[in-house]
Design a protein around this ligand. Sequence first.
Ligand code: ZN
Length: 602
Amino acid sequence: MIKYIVSLENANKHLIDVCMVIEQNLESGQEFWLPDWIPGSYMIRDFSKNIVSLSAISNGKSVNLIKKNKSCWILEQNVVSIEISYQIYAWDLSVRSAHFDDQHCFFNGTSVFLGLRNYEASEHSVEIIQPTNSGCEQWKVATSMPSSSINSLGFGLYICKDYANLIDHPFEISDYLEVKFVVNDVEHRMVFTESPKNIDLDRIAKDVQTICQYQCDFFADSKPPFENYLFMTFVQKKGFGGLEHMSSTALHCSHDDLPKIGDDIEKKSKDYQTFLSLCSHEYFHSWNVKRIKPAKFEPYQLQQEVHTELLWFFEGITTYYDELFLVRSGVISKENYLDMLARNITRYMRGNGRKKQTITESSFDAWTKFYKQDENASNAIVSYYVKGGLVAFCLDFEIRRLSNENKNLDDLMRLIWKNYGKNNIGVNERDIQKTTEELIGISMNDFFKEVLYSTKELDLKSVFNILGLDYLLTSESKQMDKGGFKKALPQSKPVCSLSITHKSNSIGAEIVSVLDDGSASNIGLSNKDIIIALDGYRVDSSELDKRIASYPLDTEISISFFRRDKLYHRLCRLTASEENTCFLGFSGEKTNSVFNDWIDNR
Ligand code: ZN
């Protein structure tokens, strides 16, 4: 048994104290290690950099641990038992590592628990000691880790069958708000840290329960594949993000995302819908990526990058379903769903990277490209989330077409769950195509080759034709315009655009990114340039798009801007952007049967 004792007395210094206790013989040369990345977030993060002190004793005498590399230590002598004490600097306010102050402590095991090389299959236990600092009296422990002996606040002993499980149950320890619900006899908890006290917990629980119930029914098992489930949400003024685990998820959201007591229950704000789709997304990952997973992640190699072409499937399919489940379960309206879908298409069309990178390449290079995006990302990278979600949409309708409406993507997911996830068999790069062909008995080679291994534009128009929906792509008039659902589609009218994104700066509009081939790109405007005037008249970020759009197409204007400290004036011929903004609408009074079957899931 490997035991970790976690003490939380150093909130002001953001230091988590850990004592790793091993009561067994270990030989000199024994390795201890810490993961360099966390499953679900594909970037080397070097969590070991946050270990600020480390010492070991055996039988009351100090023992040397020699650093082998950035995240591995070696025992210098034989011991009959050992205690390793170390401190973790926890000041990363994200779902990916650890954060500790006088308000809460959140941590992932990947940041906190040293592994004992070759003993990863052993049982591991964690004792969380109740902090004695004033202000922490109301703190409680939220985790999906199985408990062994805990008090009413959750402090005490937790036990995991192996190291892989140990690092897949993050902890949130604070005076959080909590609400519970049950799905198929399994308890689900939602905890909210630093949230406004007036959030409508019952309303949130009811909506999330509906989504969870729908997903459990989707897989048609009597029980979900976990003993309990925990949503832990950290609420801040502006925040968004989530990370999936076996039986829990860590989320960040904004104050405005959560409904308050007394709000109109008939109305769901766009922000709340976004929060619900985030919950839906991470919950679906319990199946798709935590249990149905790439063969290359069996087991996770946590001290090096692991490349897979399959992130389009695990993130894209999940992106497709997270919103579709909201409408199918009745949590949002059809109009709301189509609004989300249209905005996803806009997101896809706004990136020129889609013409250069396939989604399998984007998956493979996630470590160095998608997770390390710079100002050129929109010209170089396609998102395996966004395009992956649209590929899932196209795949759904291709399966329907080829099977004469007898099968759909839901059937494929259930078959993949049965063949792979339930049997703990990893998915190889070509298994998605293979399983789809097994489902419908027809070769899908051309389809998969085109959507996964080429940059050919997706044929969304054909799918919307089948669905009987109006589909319009139009050029953007301002960067805030993301398209959406409209009862009556707007007229497609090309307007002038610089094809840039920008933000406010004290002297003008600072360019964030420049899309290839747009008006601004053609005269060499670049990231960090600050536009200060158009035709000699001062301009700022709030009015730049409107002023540009007011010129007739092909007008030549003078743009004045600073690059570093030098002032430039360049002539720019204004053109319209690509048709990169999507609107969807109902074609007639009634929706057709294909649309109804799809969205109602009959
Ligand atoms: Zn995801």
